[in-house]
Design a protein around this ligand. Structure first.
Ligand code: XIL
Length: 451
């Protein structure tokens, strides 16, 4: 498909976007919100990764079209898919996704231009000078084809190593071109499509750690030297080994404070039921709390096609039924659910009120520490909660906020102050300051009860 045709199809989309906006506005109070419409109410997009080969499945397409306002091709824009031989560009599968998205008035995220993985072997065989030319040609070829049609591009993906070093990851680009390959890619990208937001994207950078510090320092350096970068993507693939970090919001905020947008780009959280729902709530709330968090993308529509399908990490099960995690996300986005669904957000059902309490130490010094207990409602809304915190014998509490404590020896029972009412899956919490009196042991948090 030529660039001209693509530009025309872009123009035709404008009318469809307007039509979609009208439909959203026409929603009556009774109608259920969708992820996309609820996120739009918060000034955000809500997207999903899409695979071209599933678009022909009626339930897949219906769920995609109803719920999401942005799509990311899961594999179809990667180097091996778009330029399998040097200069031999193929866009058939990626075009199918872009055309589908445009016909539905959805935005498209571009993923990804320069990455060590899903890279055809010919790229790794080039010498430095040829590799530089090939990298720039790839960026120009791909971005040129979709010029004006992509809201954000992941220009460089996963260029830093995991673990504590904060070093760059070995790749043909890093090994042959050195640290400068990233800024060169961004400069080439800016010239290729000035309308697209240019993002750096990575994983295990979701909390404050050595890897995210290294990315942070790079972005700070780019901003100070005028290297064109507009956003940072946080993949956010979570499971029990890599849980939602307690400083997620704080980490998003510190990047935003550098003057870039932040986006949650590949969200999936392994698990099920109310625990998974609570984790999703935390992520959505973190994004909504950061002005420059412009949108969220989950890494697939249904569990059955997830790259981690064994961990059932998405919002729809294999039958496209909404999971508790879906209700929690919709509720956190301020949307209201289907009145026919007694367990939907905003629809108190006849289920039992439940909650969970989790503890983290949020600050630490020689003689004391601050603790935070997060209270999360289960699959029903709650109007009050009670949590107990048992302190090690020597320790004593000197302050407590966002809760009403009553003390019995070393057992503190905490009830809400202003924050008793929670929607299904929603969270609140209380904090406290402890004097260690020589003991650094952690308190234990008992079972949360709700009504
Ligand atoms: C994954 C896809 O979901 C799989 O289908 C594919 O086999 C491998 O790549 N980080 C990224 C994504 O940036 O491109 C990856 O997607 C998941 C990890």
């Amino acid at each position: 498909m030529s660039m001209t045709v693509r530009r025309l199809s872009r123009a035709a989309t404008a009318g469809l976007v307007a039509a979609a906006a009208l439909t959203a506005a026409a929603h009556s109070a009774e109608a259920a919100d969708t992820l996309g419409s609820a996120a739009a109410g918060q000034g955000r997009y809500f997207g999903t990764a899409v695979a071209a080969n599933h678009l022909g499945e009626a339930d897949y397409a219906a769920t995609l079209d109803r719920e999401f306002s942005s799509v990311t091709p899961e594999n179809e824009m990667k180097w091996d898919a778009t330029e399998p031989s040097r200069g031999g560009f193929t866009f058939t599968s990626a075009d199918r996704i872009v055309d589908h998205a445009q016909s539905q008035g959805m935005d498209v995220r571009g993923h990804t231009l320069v990455w060590h993985s899903q890279l055809p072997s010919w790229v790794g065989q080039l010498g430095a000078s040829d590799l530089r030319t090939a990298m720039n040609d790839h960026i120009k070829g791909l971005m040129g084809h979709y010029k004006g049609e992509i809201h954000s591009w992941d220009v460089v993906n996963e260029a830093f190593q995991d673990g504590g070093s904060g070093a760059r990851r070995s790749s043909p680009f890093q090994d042959k071109l050195g640290d400068g390959f990233i800024e060169e890619a961004f400069r080439t990208a800016r010239a290729a499509d000035p309308a697209a937001k240019l993002c750096y994207n990575d994983y295990n950078t979701d909390g404050v750690n050595a890897k995210s510090n290294a990315v942070y320092n790079m972005v700070k350096d780019f901003k100070s030297r005028g290297v064109p970068i507009d956003c940072v993507g946080f993949q956010s693939h979570f499971n029990s080994n890599s849980p939602v970090p307690s400083d997620y919001r704080q980490n998003l905020q510190r990047f935003a404070d550098l003057g870039v947008d932040v986006q949650i780009t590949e969200l999936d959280i392994e698990g099920s039921g109310s625990a998974q729902a609570a984790d999703y709530t935390e992520v959505v709330e973190a994004c909504l709390a950061v002005d420059r968090c412009t949108g969220m993308t989950v890494w697939g529509v249904t569990d059955k096609y997830s790259w981690r399908s064994g961990g059932t990490p998405l919002l729809f099960d294999g039958n496209y039924d909404e999971k508790p995690a879906y209700d929690a996300v919709l509720s956190a986005l301020g949307g209201s659910g289907d009145p026919g669904d007694p367990d939907g957000p905003g629809d108190p059902g006849d289920g039992t009120a439940t909650c969970t309490a989790t503890y983290t130490r949020t600050a630490d010094w020689n003689s004391g520490y601050n603790g935070q207990v997060t209270i999360t409602a289960g699959s029903e809304p709650i109007s009050s909660w009670t949590a107990t915190v048992t302190l090690p014998a020597q320790q004593s509490v000197s302050a407590l906020w966002n809760g009403t404590p009553s003390l019995n020896g070393n057992v503190m029972t905490v009830r809400p102050s202003w924050n008793g009412t929670l929607a299904a899956g929603a969270s609140t919490g209380f904090g406290f300051t402890v004097a260690k009196n020589g003991s650094d042991a952690a308190p234990t948090v008992g079972t949360c009860t709700a009504s």
